[in-house]
Design a protein. Structure first.
Length: 137
């Protein structure tokens, strides 16, 4: 007994997609100026998600941000094994992002950090992104 048997699920509706217009963040001058949309708005969303610690700020829901602070002090091998899942999980919360793949890792022994590069497929196109993760306590 499904809702379609009694006419409850009629297909007389349309899904409306709203524009992703947002304030334009100027990374180099640390200012907000004007508005942006489409691929630039998604790039900005990726940047903001990767710069926000999940569960740390009460202003954001528990679905927003990435869990990277728990990786500080962990071994290089451990970080490489879990960072794919954490970055993918964080970014896939945005409905404009369809896939995260092609991860690459570059270790900086002097700075005790790891540079993670990856591709993000979005509804607006593909973005190359990166995030540096500190491994030092």
């Amino acid at each position: 007994m499904t809702p379609t048997e009694y006419g409850l699920m009629k297909e007389d509706f349309t899904v409306k997609t709203y524009p992703s217009k947002t304030y334009d963040l100027k990374y180099d001058s640390e200012r907000i100026s004007g508005k942006t949309d489409k691929l630039e708005a998604v790039k900005q969303a990726i940047y903001k998600i990767l710069c926000t610690d999940r569960y740390r700020h009460i202003i954001y829901s528990y679905n927003y941000g990435v869990e990277l602070s728990g990786l500080i002090g962990k071994s290089y091998g451990y970080v490489c094994s879990v960072i794919r899942q954490r970055v993918t999980e964080a970014l896939m919360q945005d409905d404009r992002i369809t896939d995260v793949y092609n991860f690459g890792f570059e270790r900086n022994r002097k700075a005790r950090s790891l540079l993670v590069t990856f591709n993000v497929d979005t509804t607006e196109g593909t973005v190359k992104a990166q995030k540096e993760v500190s491994l030092d306590v």
